[in-house]
Design a protein around this ligand. Structure first.
Ligand SMILES: *Cc1c(COP(=O)(O)O)cnc(C)c1O
Length: 561
């Protein structure tokens, strides 16, 4: 089978109707696969099926989130493969099957994506449920899932006929148990049962690891007694230079120890990772998004007219500089109308197409600070009444166990009520790819307020840029590279003013208000200048922050090295 690169990810976002992802990690995986098929890269991808889906979000009138399983018919999207393999979990044989999705690129080249599933009659009820929930359950459930993804994934690929894989790419640490299976394969090939240094070297040559998390608490760690209970007593677990340390199996260290190439997902994140893991060489490849997937139809039509071939060659988006301003305005207005109509249909927010519209949509995690905009309600009302009207569109799910994230959503609902009559605010439930595209392409400004340095990259601002929508963002993640003052957008910069003794949060909010007070007048009164910035977003950032450029860097630096 033609798969030289095997790409493993705990989540992959292929379509809105397939609830196999929770956020940025899955969207990046999906966009990587889409670009691989466009570029005819012989890649094959592996993930888990998640029959219960990453959840249906219900928001009550107070904004409190509850979750329900997503009903989805697997057969409507995927084709069952005949092959069956087993993995050993706690001494039991657990049977796996795979479901295939063919991702077709612009030139009809396809990249197969296999979703592993344990829901088979041969398995006990507990084992059958192992591929039901993404990021659900406890450590025990999670490590069992990671055995299925890593070890089961390699076995399934072999059984499907993939014998010539040259690179195994671990997208984040979750799949890193695949290295165990590869070590076993090396030893078996040599007719040995124990693993020696040469095996470790051979595996290292074939593995690539991309880390995504800039805080160590975010890395999967399992107690060693849980690991040995699940995996059995394996000699390899005693190899200290492979498995590390203090009675814990850290999936990130496992991947670091067994990869010849490691990268963070933006230049700053590479730096942060080098500080976290001082004994390793860590490069960076900045994330991107799949250009066609994330541009609205009106903007695609405009590109087709002025930049033919942009889908095949995203770099040619730099010619967006030649698009007539009024035509870009008209195309954006169409995308904005679609969004406003949708929002008004879904909510009673009464949004107005002519009002400056701000978008904020992402996972409702505390570090993303979705409520920073509301730090000072008086100032916010003043901006709206004295500087210019604006309205805000929100969306995002909190992880079911993230009480802080749920409280954040509830708080935004409260603030929405408090500002009623002054500022129009909508919160759209069930954030997914489709909504992500509609919001990033339809607003006038993309707002991004993470607590630095916690945003490894962030990709929504890249989607906005492709649609000619500028960002107002904290200087973290990709925006440190994408931001050019007054050219591609604006920064929220707490170092703008000298304010000793004021909390970072207050400083950030103050900078945010000051910038908004500059941007809103531009939008209403210096429209030509605003459209120039929109063009720059496409030409300077859309042409670069895409997965086509990103994959080409993986090819040069990691895959065929
Ligand atoms: C793009 C996207 C994300 C990633 O958002 P960040 O900017 O990285 O926070 C998450 N969820 C969905 C549905 C998306 O489309």
């Amino acid at each position: 089978m033609n798969g030289k690169i095997a790409y493993f990810s705990m989540e992959i976002a292929l379509k809105s109707g397939m609830p196999t992802y929770s956020g940025g990690l899955g969207v990046l995986a999906g966009d990587t696969i889409r670009s691989a098929s466009d570029l005819k890269i012989p890649l094959v991808a592996v993930s888990l099926l998640y029959r219960k889906g990453y959840f249906y979000q219900r928001l009550d009138s107070s904004g409190w989130q509850t979750e329900e399983p997503v009903e989805w018919v697997v057969e409507d999207f995927l084709v069952e493969m005949a092959e069956r393999v087993t993995v050993t979990i706690e001494g039991r044989m657990v049977y796996l099957r795979a479901w295939k999705y063919d991702m077709k690129g612009i030139n009809d080249f396809t990249v197969p994506v296999y979703f592993l599933d344990t829901d088979l009659e041969e398995n006990s009820q507990w084992d059958r449920n192992l591929t039901d929930f993404l990021y659900g359950g406890d450590d025990h459930y999670r490590i069992c899932q990671e055995v299925i993804l890593g070890i089961g994934g390699v076995k399934m690929l072999r059984s499907l006929g993939y014998h010539d894989i040259e690179r195994f790419h671990m997208n984040e640490g979750h799949p890193s148990l695949l290295t165990l299976e590869l070590l076993d394969e090396e030893a078996n090939k040599a007719g040995r049962t124990s693993i020696i240094t040469e095996d470790v070297e051979a595996v290292r040559k074939s593995c690539v690891f991309t880390t995504h998390t800039p805080v160590s608490a975010g890395h999967d760690r399992f107690a060693m007694d849980l690991v040995t209970r699940v995996l059995g007593n394996r000699e390899v677990l005693d190899m200290k230079d492979v498995f590390c340390c203090g009675g814990l199996l850290n999936m990130t260290y496992l991947a670091l120890n067994l990869s010849h190439y490691v990268n963070g997902v933006a230049k700053k994140h590479g730096e942060v990772s080098r500080h976290m893991f001082t004994n390793y060489i860590i490069d960076s490849i900045t994330n991107g998004v799949h250009a066609e997937t994330w541009t609205s139809q009106p903007i695609q039509d405009l590109f087709d007219c002025y930049i033919p071939g942009w889908r095949e060659d995203n770099a040619s988006l730099r010619y967006a500089l030649n698009i007539p301003k009024d035509e870009l305005s008209v195309a954006h207005a169409k995308a904005k109308r679609l969004l406003i109509q949708y929002v008004n249909h879904q909510t009673n927010a009464g949004m107005d197409e002519d009002i400056f519209t701000i978008g904020f949509a992402r996972r409702a995690a505390a570090y993303k600070r979705g409520d920073l905009l509301f730090q000072d309600l008086e100032r916010l009302r003043e901006i709206s009444s004295q500087v210019g009207l604006f309205q805000v569109i929100y969306s995002g799910k909190a992880h079911p166990k993230d009480v802080g994230g749920k409280e954040l959503i509830k708080r935004i609902h409260q603030l929405k009520s408090m500002l009623k009559g002054d500022i129009r605010i909508a919160y759209i439930p069930n954030y997914n790819m489709e909504l992500g595209k509609m919001i990033t392409s339809g607003v006038d400004l993309w707002l991004n307020t993470p607590q630095p340095p916690l945003e490894a990259s962030g990709t929504s601002g890249m989607k906005a840029a492709l649609n000619g929508v500028p960002s107002l963002s904290i200087l973290d993640g990709w925006w440190l590279e994408g931001y050019i003052k007054d050219v591609t957008g604006w920064s929220i910069d707490s170092n703008d003013q000298d304010m000793d003794g004021v909390s970072d949060r207050s400083k950030d909010a103050l900078s945010l208000y000051n910038k908004l007070s500059e941007i809103i007048p531009l939008f209403y009164r210096k429209q030509k200048h605003y459209v120039d910035i929109m063009k720059n977003c496409i030409a300077i950032n859309g042409s670069f922050f895409n997965t086509q450029r990103m994959l080409q860097q993986y090819i040069v630096k990691a895959y065929f090295l």
